[in-house]
Design a protein around this ligand. Structure first.
Ligand code: NAD
Length: 257
């Protein structure tokens, strides 16, 4: 299958899952727009690598997904947006009665509200192009809960709900909206949780990975960023044209339990 001629904007894509999705979309022929809130040489180098290896026109655009106006401006700067992947996300772990308000606000803004702003800005472009795909990267935590992640879980449940609404609002158009719900993927976001968890449970790194993280995942394996990219490419394919308003779990069986 080819996504040649399509432009894909992937928010929060200078590392982890977003970067993996950008690579797979570019390998499928799409011109990708990478994004983060920083603007370093390395960010642009990532786009140059993708462009060189895949022969597509990869670019990097700086925009802070915690700011609604910058979310909308990202789409405007991209110029077109056939595929929108709402991936930017952060995490903070604390009991709800100790949860810092500024962390709550940032998580809700980056993990959920950014998808509202980018989708609102991208849908008119998709309608003008006569084709569109919205892929929201939610989480197994968009379908289930666990303690100490109240803001993340609220945001991810919100993303799943918003995805269904976008699907219904575009149901009679050649546009689909779906959410992917990953389980654990070993990215910088997950790596950052390991030291605190080691301290909390007085465990070594391997024990934390096996007994705390992969304990929830029946496969006992991390999903990979390439697998998340492949799932995104599938949702952009013609085979998925009637798949809309749903969630696809890539979680080694976590939510089947
Ligand atoms: P990551 O830390 O590697 O990636 C997060 C990305 O978001 C980075 O590119 C970062 O630059 C970007 N970002 C953060 N704040 C931003 C802001 N204000 N503006 C623009 N970009 C910003 O982590 P990841 O694991 O690749 O996470 C990607 C998405 O996948 C997130 O939405 C996360 O919630 C979701 N997810 C991850 C896992 C996992 O196990 N890694 C599981 C389920 C869901």
């Amino acid at each position: 299958m080819t996504l040649s001629g399509k432009t894909a904007v992937i928010t929060g894509s200078n590392s982890g899952i977003g970067l993996g999705i950008a690579w797979e979309l570019a390998r499928a022929g799409a011109d990708v727009v990478l994004n983060s809130f920083t603007d370093r040489d390395e960010d642009h180098a990532l786009a140059r690598d993708i462009a060189e290896e895949t022969g597509t026109q990869a670019r990097y655009i700086k925009a802070d997904m915690s700011q609604g106006a910058e979310c909308r401006d990202l789409i405007a700067q991209a110029g077109s947006c056939d595929i929108l992947v709402n991936n930017a996300g952060i995490q903070h772990v604390a009991p709800i009665d100790e949860f810092p308000v500024e962390k709550w606000d940032a998580i809700i803004a980056i993990n959920m509200s950014s998808a509202f702003h980018t989708t609102a800005a991208a849908l008119p472009m998709m309608r003008a192009a006569g084709w569109g795909r919205v892929v929201n990267i939610a989480s197994a935590h968009g379908l289930t809960a666990s303690p100490f992640k109240s803001a993340y879980i609220a945001a991810k449940h919100g993303v799943v709900g918003m995805t269904k609404t976008v699907a219904l609002e575009t149901a009679q158009e050649p546009i689909t909206a779906n959410a992917i719900c990953p389980g654990y993927v070993l990215t910088p976001l997950v790596e950052a949780q390991i030291p605190d968890t080691m301290k909390k449970y007085d465990m070594g790194r391997d024990e934390v990975v096996k007994k705390v993280m992969l304990e929830r995942q029946p496969s006992k394996e991390f999903a990979t960023v390439e697998q998340l990219g492949g799932t995104t490419v599938f949702l952009c394919s013609d085979a998925a044209a009637q798949i809309t308003g749903t969630t696809i779990s890539v979680d080694g069986g976590w939510t089947a339990l």
